[in-house]
Ligand binder design. Structure first.
Ligand code: GUN
Ligand code: ZN
Length: 430
């Protein structure tokens, strides 16, 4: 018989969308368990019942630590890992001063692999088991990321970042090479092991209409893959888009007119929307990604999570490193809470956990594989110590329910709270 492992601890999972129904969607147990076998979740429930039903299982008892799905970081840039926390610039200056020179260095496949290894190890040490990453214009940067993820058994999503204007020499492709490279990479990687390819125009300012059209054509040939890009992050950027696409109705239209809007689209930031854009996102079923530490760090603005969720728009949560200022999805949840306060809605801990796990997975149409502890799901699991520092422990000691017990870790926790990480049923940390 295959080895079964029973993880015991406090558990939270969801039946329904926590952005819609709040904590009512959550099922919590102070003595729950998850049984894993051959890399998948095969049972979940109360620990006592699982012990009886799976007497052969090896037991790993995490006490009152919290067992969650591994975090899903729905938007980040692995090439930017070394330039996190670069001071003093807003988006366009930040791209030109820090980002583009750094992305140039990934022309070297050895460098690309080192950056991918570094980034994925940082992810795992923070309890993140899936990243959705932009690569660079260089095809070798995509190979490096997928190879590095395969070496760790991780499910990742990534694509070649296409740009054919407003970027320096050495970081530009063409409509044709963007199409050809993306297609070759998609065919090489999509569905191989746990790799998923994402068609990736960086954003409208760095793609000509011809390039957007070419990538729209590729997406029409491969509607099974996701398409990711940036939308309405800063007001200066929006003015620039208007001047580059004078006939477009708005920023979102610069994508829609080239076939780059649909259910499998994933837009990062999405802060300064026109009412028409919100309507089109809702009508088409596209997903948006909240990048709260980046939105404050680069000075972009307030993402309106509750408002977008009330329109039925799926929302993922992301670090957006290196524009974001932390690799930690705990810190990212804390920032989402703070931004929610500024936007007028306090997100419940259930909603913050949802966004970092199943919400992000739903944004990727991956909730049957990751982001949940449902039976059949891949066993990517993060275990959190809810008393990981003296400051957190003294607050945790006064908690009267599980939400109050977990919220100090959301607000103040970091990689010290990550007690164990399992990837596809294999213990990789802890
Ligand atoms: N818009 C276009 N490219 C980027 C990027 O790399 N980071 C962020 N935050 N916004 C972008
Ligand atoms: Zn980004």
């Amino acid at each position: 018989m295959n080895q079964q492992t029973l993880l015991i601890g406090q558990t939270i999972w969801f039946e329904g969308d926590a952005m819609q129904s709040g904590p009512d969607a959550a099922r919590i147990s102070t003595c729950g368990g998850i049984v894993i076998e051959q890399g998948k979740v095969v049972a979940r429930g109360e620990a006592d019942l699982l012990r009886e039903s799976y007497p052969q299982a090896k037991i790993v008892d995490y006490g009152n630590s919290l067992i969650l799905p591994g975090f899903v970081d729905a938007h980040m840039h692995y090439p930017q890992t070394r330039m996190i926390a670069s001071w003093g610039k807003r988006l366009i200056d930040w791209l030109n001063t820090y980002t583009f020179p750094e992305e140039m260095t990934l022309a070297d496949p050895t460098e690309a692999r080192a950056r991918a290894d570094l980034t994925l190890d940082l992810a795992l040490s923070h309890g993140t088991t899936t990243q959705v990453s932009y690569c660079t214009i260089h095809p070798c940067s995509v190979d490096a990321f997928f190879d590095a993820a395969a070496a760790r058994g991780m499910r990742v999503f990534a694509g070649k970042t296409c740009m054919d204007r407003n970027a320096p020499e050495g970081l530009r492709d063409t409509p044709q090479t963007a199409y050809d490279d993306s297609k070759a990479l998609l065919q090489r990687w999509h569905g191989v092991g746990r790799a998923e390819y994402v068609i990736t125009p960086r954003f409208s300012p760095t793609s000509t209409p011809e390039q957007l059209e070419a990538l729209g054509a590729l997406w029409a040939e491969h509607p099974e893959v996701l398409m990711q890009t940036h939308l309405s992050e800063q007001t200066d950027e929006i003015e620039w888009v208007k001047s580059l696409f004078p006939k477009a109705k708005d920023y979102l239209d610069t994508y829609e007119q080239f076939g780059l809007l649909g259910e499998r689209a994933l837009y990062g930031h999405v802060i300064h929307l026109e009412p028409r854009e919100t309507d089109r996102l809702a009508e088409t079923g596209a997903a948006v990604v909240h990048c709260p530490t980046s939105n404050t760090f680069i000075g972009s603005g307030i993402f309106e999570a509750a408002k977008l969720a009330s329109r039925g728009i799926r929302i993922g949560l992301a670090t957006d490193t290196g524009g974001g200022s932390s690799f930690s999805m705990l810190r990212t949840m804390a920032a989402a809470y703070e931004i929610g306060q500024l936007a007028g809605t306090a997100l419940h801990p259930a909603q913050l956990i949802w966004l970092a796990t199943e919400g992000s997975a739903r944004a990727l149409f991956a909730q049957d594989r990751i982001g949940t502890l449902a039976v059949g799901s891949e066993a990517d699991i993060t275990v959190l110590n809810l008393s990981s520092t003296p400051a957190i422990a003294q607050r945790h000691a006064r908690a009267t329910d599980l939400w109050e017990a977990v919220f100090p870790t959301i607000m103040m926790g970091d990689d010290r709270a990550v007690q164990a990480v399992w990837v596809a049923g294999r213990l990789v940390r802890g």
